[in-house]
Design a protein around this ligand. Structure first.
Ligand code: PLP
Length: 380
């Protein structure tokens, strides 16, 4: 790709990943093998939890985690997220209740969560937006007070910390390894937990409902006996994805440091434009910039701004418009809801390119083109 064009993101796949994939293909053992187990063990160690269970996506991880905790009722989450967060709640048999976000972090607003707690509330799903942790200290306190389960949607935050602890280690953690994320397995997901029972339930759900625990206890000498204890799914990760994950995990901290450095460079360069608010960093945490999301002054036509950049070699995008509560299925099913902060933020956000190997030249192009876009995209 020419250095004059700046893609939104770029997975960082090296020779080592390619070598390991070839090794798996040559071995003939493509699924249900030792590499999946190794990736799970290393990921659990990295996050700082006892168990990690791999899956084929974060959507599956969220659904399996909710089902494994046997939640029945309402789960509060931000509307300012990807539909997968809310879809998983419904697919697991629960009801999504949308809360507002803070204007600065664009993460869930705890005071609005408190207002939305009812006798039917069983959980909160904080979504760590774009690489920044939610206020997990306050969320944990609230969950304890109201006896609620925390399902963390950490799809956009692999390696992010808050009060010195990794996201995904506060409640039940759910991660994505989609190519746009901090690390990738092409498609893939993970549940992290400190509960053995939850880990075993997620394994059962992802593997056709066949309970490994029961099988191991009762039929170890007869491996052909597979007992379904529920109508599960095939949510499994394969060996090719797992070796990608193992190699990517080795370089994750280094990749996140590069993201942070790039964010600082962009912050400095963009600070000359009064119409732009660069990403806010909560000082209690470490942002890992899975995305670099700016806010524009109301004088700027956001769509025209993004279109100008896309037509001029900078692949800008929008995360997220509209909020999930305004998606057709959600409006039809739950009625029209009013979330004024979410609605106004979703009209002024723009996502600029962000990936570890982005060059200074590419960042300078972004800064220059943003200046041009601001001039052409004023509301008249
Ligand atoms: C916040 C959030 N949750 C969930 C998902 C779904 O992840 P996956 O594509 O791995 O299912 C995404 C993916 O983009 C996301 O951004």
């Amino acid at each position: 790709m020419s250095e004059n064009k700046v893609p939104l993101c770029r997975p960082e796949i090296g020779e080592k990943e390619i070598e390991e994939i070839k090794r798996v293909l040559d071995s003939g053992w493509l699924a249900h093998g030792p590499k999946v187990k190794e990736f799970e063990k290393k990921f659990a160690e990295y996050i700082g939890v006892k168990y990690a269970v791999s899956l084929n996506s974060c959507a599956s991880a969220l659904q399996a985690a909710i089902m494994a905790k046997n939640l029945k009722g309402e789960i509060i989450l931000p509307s300012f997220t990807f539909p997968a967060s809310a879809n998983a709640i419904i697919n697991a048999g629960c009801i999504p209740v949308f809360a507002e976000i803070r204007k600065d972090t664009m993460n869930i607003d705890i005071s609005d969560v408190e207002k939305k707690i009812t006798l039917r509330t069983v959980g909160i799903m904080p979504v760590h937006f774009a690489g920044q942790s939610c206020e997990m200290d306050k969320i944990m306190e609230l969950a304890k007070k109201h006896n609620m389960t925390i399902i963390e949607d950490s799809a956009e935050a692999i390696g992010t910390t808050y009060t010195g602890k990794k996201t995904g280690a506060f409640g039940e953690g759910c991660f994505s390894f989609y190519p746009t994320k901090n690390i990738t397995t092409a498609e893939g997901g993970m549940v992290t937990t400190n509960s053995k029972e939850t880990a075993e339930m997620v394994q059962t759900i992802r593997g056709h409902g066949v309970s490994k625990g029961a099988y191991e206890r009762e039929h170890a000498e007869k491996p052909w006996i597979r007992m379904a204890t529920m109508p599960g799914y095939n949510f499994r990760m394969n060996e090719i994805q797992a070796v990608l994950g193992i190699e990517q995990l080795k370089i994750l901290d280094e990749l996140n440091e590069k993201r942070r450095k790039n964010a600082q460079y962009l912050n400095r360069g963009l600070s000359r434009y009064r119409e732009i608010t660069t990403p806010y960093e909560d000082k209690k945490g470490k942002h890992t910039y899975q995305m670099y999301v700016i806010q524009l002054d109301e004088k700027i036509d956001r769509d025209a701004f993004v279109i100008y950049l896309r037509n001029n070699g900078v692949e800008a995008n929008v995360h997220f418009f509209p909020g999930v509560h305004q998606h057709p299925y959600y409006e039809k099913t739950f009625g029209k809801k009013s979330l004024p902060v979410t609605e106004s933020i979703s009209r002024i956000v723009a996502t600029l390119p962000m990936f570890p190997s982005m060059t200074k030249k590419q960042m300078d192009i972004i800064i220059e083109k943003v200046g041009e876009a601001l001039k052409t995209a004023r509301w008249h």
